[in-house]
Design a protein around this ligand. Structure first.
Ligand code: MD3
Ligand code: FE
Length: 216
């Protein structure tokens, strides 16, 4: 892939490879962040952020929603993808075009062509919220990558190996950064350290992460 992305010819893509098939694209979403946030607002009007509980009954500290034909949910019955939002009892909001095109552009920089996600999980973290080390295993196939977009307050992302007890590395993620994970790295344990207090100019006292997945 060339140094200059189609979406922003002024700005070289700052590509940081963090594992064999895991990359961070610094600032990749910045040229389209206004569009992204407008689309996100529309999604959250139809399917608001809400607290979810793990199958064990613990409240997750991040609030969640989804868009696309499948949305990820968790409750007493387990983790799963569902075509209906259990809160609205209707289909999840459609995946915005800007999500699809950004995800495909990021995936292709990382070497994954023709990425067409059918699920987008939205995680909203207030200061103090975190996501414990876990693997993403509810998707039907593990061949497609996962693309994630960080917005708002910074986070320390943690990624490890293929066993929970493997050593972990930490990487800071900032507003507009995009990560792509796939192939041999798809099942790595990963998580988010508690978000530090702060205020972001566009998003206020929160971090929002959207992850685009091929779940079905
Ligand atoms: C590495 N979200 O929703 S996104 C999740 O920042 C999740 O909200 C985090 O983990 C967040 O499941 C991290 C980056 C990410 C997503 C999926 C991965 C990294 C990954 C799957 C495999 C390896
Ligand atoms: Fe995850």
């Amino acid at each position: 892939m060339d140094l200059f992305t189609e979406q922003d010819l002024q700005q070289p893509a700052r590509v940081e490879r963090i594992s064999a098939q895991g990359v961070v694209l610094r600032g990749f979403a910045l040229p389209r962040v206004d569009e992204l946030l407008a689309a996100l607002r529309g999604v959250l009007q139809q399917s608001p952020l809400r607290q979810m509980h793990t199958p064990g009954g613990l409240a997750m500290s991040a609030r969640l929603s989804s868009c696309g034909t499948l949305g990820w949910t968790t409750d007493r019955d387990g983790y799963r993808y569902s075509p209906l939002d259990p809160l609205s009892t209707r289909p999840w909001p459609a995946m915005p075009e800007v999500f699809l095109s950004l995800a495909d552009a990021a995936a292709s920089v990382a070497g994954f062509s023709d990425f067409v996600p059918d699920a987008c999980l939205i995680n909203a973290y207030a200061p103090g919220a975190k996501m414990s080390l876990h693997q993403d295993k509810n998707e039907r196939s593990y061949t497609a990558p996962i693309v994630s977009v960080s917005l708002g307050l910074p986070a320390i992302f943690q990624f490890g190996g293929f066993a929970r007890s493997d050593p972990t590395q930490r990487i800071s993620l900032f507003h507009g950064d995009v990560m792509v994970w796939g192939g041999v790295d798809r099942l790595r344990f990963h998580g988010v350290m508690p978000i530090k207090p702060g205020r972001h100019g566009l998003l206020g006292e929160q971090r929002i992460n959207i992850t685009l997945r091929q779940a079905g």
